[in-house]
Design a protein. Structure first.
Lengths: 292, 165, 755
């Protein structure tokens, strides 16, 4: 433990509006901390630049799930465990539920939040590809009001987002229109549990008359931001899934991403695995897609 | 000129530990792990990594398993913490503790408190877990001595016997 | 037939209750009044001269105790085999993380920033980081030639053999560093009293090693240094010699401040700064007949010892002696060397050189099999050593071990042949390639050669006032079952209840030196001495007339009570005496290297997922002959735990080095298997007994470390047809190899010449 607790302030105003007031008064001064599964690791390593933190853990306004009409709002303060516990998430947004089960171990799933995963903006965030393929909208809130940002627009660079210094992510809004899709997710890490992903993949697909009617592919850990594989999607849409298409889609995916060598893996490994995962998905879609 | 960091003051934080109400004076950003070990003298909860990877620091917070090395003290306000010290009733061991003894689930013992709490949490959700469910439920608690086999046996045994022993 | 009441039974772990209730006290659980906390300022460069040390602003240095090499009263070294490793750097550094200064303060939380605020300036010198660089002598960083130690083991007439050979098979194999990753980091508390002397308490395997090094560091008489082991949260060799360093540091701060000082490392520091398994390179050149018999061979075995000698000569010795494995070599030449690099000194890790050389050998046996076109099982079967034959050091195998039968049994349990055939068929149409591989090996228990005689271990057993019996040994418990099994041995020997026997905490003030807790010697060697000493007590009681020739446990307790009440003390000591049949020539490195060998055949079944290139071990069979199983639950726990570490060694655990420093020193980035990663491991024992071990036991602590890596990699080769020769084997490595295969569109030729 390399930090000196005496040097840190942690405010816990207890309500969303009080937190937002604080952020409005001193924008950029206060680092929000929810479950702490990222922030506290940096803190313990003596590598947390912020000395002032504000707790948004367990705020009822952020830790809830609502369905209205054809949409679901998942509060940013929901933990991964909360997501897994919700039947509607398991049933209609299984990619999020899978990601939630893969993020860290049980103890970290009980504290880590989906909002934290989003705002931390690590390209390795396990839930982020799922949010991309579900076309999530983020509701951002500040003392001034709310605004909606499409998640596909949210990342502007490596660990950079459109979140303003006085804003929090309040909720994630998803359309309840993916039940008819075949959903497939896979995380490749160094071991079966509690691993930072080397490649993280979420995919939705739908066949109509044996032809790919819609396909949505997103990947993490293969670029500075979570990436939607638009070129690969364009290649596949409107076609029958055949071995040649799968090979081509594989190569296109491997070329579309921008992986790096880092402490966990190599760029060429990530590219190959990315291609393999896309091929694997298409193969399963061709079989399972029919039965939906 | 760079301002030197300020020294803030401690605050009073009260919560329950193993059924008893406690109040400590701590910095809000002290780790719950250190509050338990140093302020309250409950050294059963261990530090193995300080990064939430090994699970030796696991405790139950309002019945839910968390890594106490990643919980700021202030966020423990008003909660109910269960540590390993809260499991046995005087001389009578908890069923999990007994099973760990019977099956060889503890070798060096340093991962054991966290492991037992993870198992307790699992059994609370799945009273008769399958081997796969046990493997997954304990996958956030690292053990270097046992290779996990006898730990899994111990938890499966409690699943069979029932947690009331 | 087991007529024993206690030995051979899974009695509960002696200190288990404290462990499951959280009451067991590890060093960081202990607080002494007035205690300060200590921290270490370490080198940031691999090699150079220290030119300036500045104590930076923002810290009130008057509040800190500061210790440098100048404060060392005795010799500035960590005494082990030689005295080359400094306790604190004195003007020069030879590896990243080398300790330079020590700081202490009452507030633990101030120390990390204080350490950062000390700035050290250096005049860097060129540094070397690999065995190859060390051999090239571009820089001489240790001694005259960078070689800590070398050995030559020769048997038979090797030079004559090459002409006769039908095949000469060559191969080079490598293993990486491996971090012990005990879940409890290194820690020590020291207190210094000008009259009483120095006391240290902490996490350790060898109290008397720490004692010896403190005596030298402080120039104190032996009786003014006291070393006490606290409950130790895992060790695996990683706390064999390193504790002497951290104890020395805590003690220096305690001496200077006049207050107790605790130093406990956090994970990042422990990983970066402390010892690891020696990386190795082994080259084989083997002459084989067309019938598949080994005629002879040359083995070059090199290990990277890091910047200082520490235990490298002994790791080298064991690795070299085990390099020929469980086979009969009519002739052999083993050239072994331990070389220096500018990395933190390496040290002991379960297996201690044998996992390295046996990995190479067992991979090489599969290679020979391919060249000659025999199966992996058959090549081994034809070369297994038999009773009456001699090992590479000329030791005659005297016990009735039948390795062919052991192999048969392991193959049967694992369904080896049927699976191998089935996998070969099914692999053609699968993206999940399965394979099965085996390894056959041995592990010598106890110190090598004259090592046990040199240790001259002493144990004591005493009677207590309330009638119970207490064992006095410096052998430590760190999860492997020392306390339990030694008490079982005494209870069995004396025919009393397990509950009537206790064991003293290893405290150099209270217990004799029964040697270090290493080398799989505790149950076998120390256990046998303890058995002797126990019988000594029984004889004393009989001679005194207080005990009959037969008696009940109650009668025994009454006799002890009466004796102690009357005479004040009831104690028997036993000292190790080398059996006459163990004769060793230290100069020629020939003779009986170990009092006993345990033997094993392991079979690993793997699946390689060609989508992610990851390997999973789907089934593992571990069959071993261990003399006698004294506690089935504990023995099984040792085997499974060791296999888990061996699988980690093979597939997961990579130390990433940059300029001599470990870059991935966090549990997030240094990967060991979780409970979700290991398939069931099936463990089977055979028992041939052992005249040199307590109740026939052989040492088993390290045996399970030797087999898993080669068995797994042999299985991966079976699955993919690609010969991997170095570990750890990560998915990225498999991808690189498989991608190359695809590009070349054929398998690489097996590099063995047919003559």
């Amino acid at each position: 433990m390399r930090a000196r607790p005496a040097e840190y302030e942690l405010a816990a105003p207890g309500t969303l509006s009080a937190v937002l007031s604080l952020l409005a008064q001193e924008p950029g001064e206060w680092l929000p901390i929810a479950g702490g599964t990222d922030v506290m690791v940096q803190y313990s390593a003596g590598r947390l630049p912020s000395r002032k933190l504000v707790s948004i853990w367990n705020l009822p306004e952020l830790r809830r799930i609502e369905t209205i009409g054809g949409k679901i709002w998942i509060g940013a303060g929901c933990t991964y465990a909360d997501l897994c516990d919700q039947e509607i998430v398991r049933r209609e947004f299984s990619l999020l539920a899978s990601a939630a089960r893969w993020t860290g171990g049980i103890a970290n799933q009980n504290r880590g939040t989906i909002g934290g995963n989003i705002v931390n903006a690590s390209p390795a965030g396990d839930s982020l590809p799922a949010l991309m393929v579900y076309d999530a909208d983020l509701i951002l809130v500040s003392a001034k009001g709310r605004r909606s940002v499409s998640y596909s627009d949210f990342h502007t660079g490596y660990r950079k987002t459109r979140l303003a210094p006085d804003e929090l992510v309040e909720s994630i809004c998803l359309d309840r229109r993916f039940s008819g899709y075949y959903a497939h997710a896979r995380k490749v890490g160094a071991r079966h549990a509690q691993a930072i992903s080397k490649v993280c993949f979420a995919a939705l697909g739908r066949l109509a008359d044996g032809v790919v009617d819609d396909v949505r592919l997103a990947m993490g850990s293969v670029a500075p931001v979570p990436l939607r594989l638009s070129e690969t999607e364009r290649l596949v849409k409107g076609h029958r899934i055949e071995p040649e298409l799968m090979r081509l889609a594989s190569r296109t995916a491997a070329a579309e991403i921008r992986p790096i060598d880092d402490i966990r893996s190599t760029a060429r490994y990530r590219a190959a695995v990315a291609g393999n995962l896309v091929a694997e998905f298409l193969e399963r879609l061709s079989v399972r897609g029919r039965t939906i | 000129m760079i301002e030197p960091p300020q020294s803030h003051t401690k605050c009073e934080i009260s919560f329950q530990v193993n059924g008893k109400l406690v109040a400590v004076r701590a910095y809000p950003m002290e780790r719950l792990l250190d509050v338990l070990r140093e302020e309250l003298g409950l050294t059963g909860t261990k530090e193995g990594c300080g990064e939430g990877e090994c699970g030796s620091c696991s405790v139950l917070m309002d019945g839910v398993l968390v890594n106490s090395c990643l919980v700021p003290a202030l966020q423990a306000k008003g909660v109910n913490i269960t540590t390993v010290e809260g499991l046995a009733e005087d001389e009578r061991l908890h069923a999990l503790q007994q099973a760990f003894l019977d099956c060889g689930g503890a070798q060096c013992g340093i991962c054991t408190p966290g492991m037992i709490l993870a198992a307790l949490h699992l059994l609370g959700k799945k009273p008769q877990p399958t081997i796969e469910e046990i493997r997954e439920g304990l996958s956030g608690n690292l053990c270097r001595c046992t290779g996990y086999a006898q730990i899994i046996e111990a938890v499966a045994e409690v699943g069979r016997r029932g947690i009331a022993g | 037939m087991n007529t024993n009441r206690i030995v051979g039974k899974s009695v509960p772990r002696l200190e288990g209750r404290g462990k499951v209730t959280g009451q067991a006290l590890y060093v960081d659980d202990i607080v002494l009044p007035g205690m300060l906390f200590g921290a270490t300022v370490r080198s940031r460069i691999p090699r150079g001269r220290i030119t300036k040390i500045t104590f930076g602003p923002g810290v009130d240095w008057n509040e800190f105790v500061i210790v440098s090499a100048k404060d060392i009263p005795g010799k500035n070294c960590i005494a082990l085999i030689d005295d080359d490793e400094p306790c604190l750097a004195d003007g020069k550094v030879n590896h990243p993380e080398e300790p330079i200064l020590l700081l202490a303060h009452p507030d633990r939380r101030l120390l990390p920033q204080a350490v950062e605020a000390v700035s050290v300036e250096y005049e860097p010198l060129p540094a070397i980081f690999s065995i190859e660089e060390s051999e090239q002598h571009s820089q001489i960083i240790w001694g005259a030639d960078n070689v800590f130690k070398s050995y030559l083991i020769e048997k038979g007439d090797l030079d004559a053999v090459w002409e006769r050979a039908d095949y000469i098979v060559e191969g080079e194999y490598a293993t990486g560093a491996q971090e012990q990753l005990y879940i409890e980091n290194n820690g020590m508390i020291a207190a210094f009293d000008p009259q009483q002397g120095l006391t240290v308490w902490g996490s350790m395997q060898c109290p008397y090693y720490v004692h010896k090094s403190l005596v030298k560091l402080f120039n104190l008489p032996a009786e003014r240094v006291r070393v006490v082991q606290t409950e130790t949260g895992g060790a695996f060799g990683g706390k064999e010699d390193y504790p002497s360093m951290i104890a020395g540091h805590a003690a220096l701060l305690a001496m200077k401040s006049g207050r107790p000082v605790k130093i406990v490392y956090d994970r990042m520091e422990d990983m970066a700064a402390t010892t690891k398994r020696h990386p190795s390179r082994t080259r084989h050149r083997t002459a084989v007949s067309k019938e598949g018999k080994i005629l002879g061979g040359e083995i070059e075995f090199a290990i990277d010892g890091g910047a200082y000698e520490t235990l490298s000569p002994v790791v080298l010795s064991r690795g070299a002696i085990h390099a020929g494995g469980a086979y009969y070599w009519p002739s052999i030449r083993i050239r072994a060397k331990a070389v220096a690099t500018n990395t933190p000194p390496q040290g002991a890790f379960r297996g201690f050189g044998a996992p390295q050389s046996l990995f190479a050998l067992e991979r090489h046996m599969d290679r020979i099999a391919q060249v000659i076109q025999l199966s992996p099982a058959e090549i081994r079967r034809r070369n297994f050593i038999k009773p009456g034959e001699t090992t590479t050091t000329g030791q005659t195998v005297t016990e009735a071990i039948n390795l062919g039968k052991l192999l048969d049994r392991a193959m049967e349990i694992s369904d080896y042949s049927a699976k191998k055939e089935r996998f070969a068929k099914e692999n053609r149409n699968s993206t999940r390639k399965k394979g099965i591989g085996l390894a056959s090996f041995l592990h010598g228990a106890g110190f090598t050669g004259s090592g046990e005689r040199f240790l001259s271990s002493v144990v004591g057993v005493e009677g207590c006032a309330e009638g119970t019996v207490r064992i006095l040994v410096s052998s430590t418990e760190f999860g492997q079952g020392t306390n339990t099994v030694l008490c079982q041995i005494v209870a069995e020997a004396l025919k009393v209840r397990y509950e009537d026997v206790s064991i003293a905490r290893p405290d150099t003030q209270e217990v004799p030196n029964s040697g270090p807790t290493v080398a799989s010697r505790t149950v076998m060697v120390v256990g046998k001495l303890v058995q002797s000493a126990a019988l000594g007590i029984q004889q004393t009681l009989e001679a005194s007339g207080l005990l009959g020739a037969t008696y009940s446990p109650e009668e025994f307790r009454a006799a002890v009570r009466a004796y102690v009440a009357k005479n004040g003390k009831l104690q028997a000591l036993a000292r190790y005496e080398q059996p006459e049949d163990i004769v060793w020539d230290e100069q020629k490195y020939r003779g009986s290297a170990y009092a006993a060998f345990a033997w094993a055949v392991y079979v690993a079944e793997v699946a390689v997922d060609l989508t992610s290139y990851s390997v999973s071990v789907d089934d593992f069979v571990a069959l071993q002959e261990v003399g006698r199983v004294l506690n089935p639950v504990l023995a099984k726990g040792q085997i499974i735990g060791g296999i888990a570490q061996g699988i980690g060694f093979a597939l997961y655990e990579k130390v990433i080095w940059q300029e001599g420093r470990m870059q991935n020193g966090q549990m997030t980035n240094y990967i060991i298997p979780t409970s979700a990663d290991l398939a069931p491991i099936r463990v089977y024992f055979e028992e041939l007994g052992n005249v040199h071990g307590a109740f026939g036991a052989k040492g088993i602590g390290e045996l399970p470390m030797d087999g898993p890596a080669p068995a797994v990699i042999n299985a991966v080769e079976d699955a993919l047809g690609v010969p991997f020769r170095s570990i750890p084997l990560l998915p990225e490595d498999i991808f690189d190899a498989v991608a190359n295969e695809r590009e070349r569109e054929r398998f690489s030729p097996v590099a063995g010449d047919r003559r």
